[in-house]
Write a protein that binds this ligand. Structure first.
Ligand code: PLP
Length: 358
């Protein structure tokens, strides 16, 4: 079976080394030494100003919304994983969907201003597939209208924008370190910000609002992560350069084989973005072609995924403002398998089946 992604697992002995230390210390969670070490290693690796390691990428968005004290309407993208929308609703805000750019699949900044009302407090945009939004334009709009900006950068480990980590942009950026993501800690996530006071606030939110064992400053939740998860992150981090190298070569092989075809549309990388090659999305001419390609791949035990479907403005707990570009792309897009151990011959087979069925 060739799945859409396989988690990277480091050599067992590398993880075992951390386990021995954990057993010696008997310190399993609550800001242990491995969590601290992972946070400083990530900071160095990514050239990030500040970050907090959290239990997952969904709670990272919820904590970002809480830390910025958002209410009312939040302008967001309909083309993302469901967590981008569900977190807004979970935090009692109303998502207002703005359609995407049909080439980059990210929120179209030219359409944002028309969606701003007196109730709008923020923009929550996803850098989908690891490809940065037009950040310069979004930040200019936010500044003009005094809106907060959160970027759901769940796919962006290693992506740059104008030479800096994409995590350095917006009031807060969030990432997911789920096993399916390019860098993972089994389950995990992070918040990033360049504003030290926001990191302090989010650190309180992550740990029940504790300022000491017996004092609290405001409401909090449990968004901590464990020594075992941090250990997996530390192991994976050692291999990231090699993972990126393989991933980029695989991505470019797909790109070279499909870019000449006028039957499929491939991702256009945003100007200024140094892309991490996290996903390889292909947009077909129609949903019927997509289903045909998918069935043909499944016959060969190849499992691509419909990332992202459905368009989030159509799910049953939001007001559906029409987003024709997102709805059309969501119906026609498939992500091809891409992971560290995907073999050349598997990739050739995938390409053969795709090209034969479009
Ligand atoms: C994976 C993902 C999330 C959620 O992250 P988890 O770590 O799985 O909670 C949020 N947004 C996007 C765009 C994602 O792909």
């Amino acid at each position: 079976m060739i799945p859409v992604t396989k988690p990277f697992l480091p050599p067992r002995e590398e993880y075992n080394k951390y386990l021995n230390d954990i057993w010696d210390r008997q310190w399993l969670t609550n800001h242990g030494p491995l969590v601290n070490e992972l946070e400083s290693s990530l900071k160095r690796y990514l050239h990030a100003s500040n970050l907090l390691f959290l239990s997952n990428g969904t709670i990272a968005i919820q904590i970002a919304i809480k830390a910025l004290d958002l209410s009312g309407e939040v302008i967001t993208t309909p083309f993302s994983y469901v967590a981008t929308t569900s977190t807004i609703v979970w935090e009692n805000c109303k998502p207002v969907f703005v359609d995407i750019d049909p080439l980059t699949f990210n929120i179209d900044p030219d359409k944002i201003e028309a969606a701003i009302t007196e109730k709008t407090t923020a923009i929550l945009a996803t850098h989908v597939f690891g490809n940065a939004c037009n950040i310069d334009q979004i930040q200019a709009i936010a500044k003009k209208h005094q809106l907060k900006v959160i970027y759901d950068a769940a796919h962006c480990f290693g992506s740059l924008y104008n030479g800096s980590s994409v995590f350095e942009y917006g009031d807060i950026s969030t990432c997911s370190f789920h096993a399916t993501k390019i860098f993972h800690t089994v389950e995990g996530g992070a918040v990033f910000t360049t504003q030290p006071e926001l990191i302090d606030r989010m650190a309180l939110l992550r740990n029940f609002g504790h300022t000491s064992p017996v004092t609290f400053d405001g409401i909090g939740i449990n968004a901590k992560n464990s020594e075992f998860h941090a250990a997996m992150g530390l192991c994976c981090l050692e291999h990231m350069n090699e993972i990126f190298k393989t991933r980029k070569a695989q991505w470019h092989r797909y790109q070279a084989a499909l870019q000449e075809s006028n039957k499929v549309q491939l991702l256009t990388i945003t100007k200024g973005c140094d892309f991490n090659c996290a996903y390889f999305p292909v947009v077909f001419e129609s949903e019927a072609v997509l289903l045909k390609v998918m069935a043909a791949l499944n016959l060969q035990y190849i499992q691509p995924r419909r990332y992202f479907f459905p368009s989030l403005n159509t799910i049953n707990y939001v007001d559906n403002n029409s987003c024709p570009n997102s709805e059309s792309i969501a119906q026609r897009v498939l992500c091809l398998p891409l992971y560290h151990t995907l073999r050349k011959e598997d990739q050739d087979l995938i390409l053969k089946v795709v090209l034969k069925n479009i």
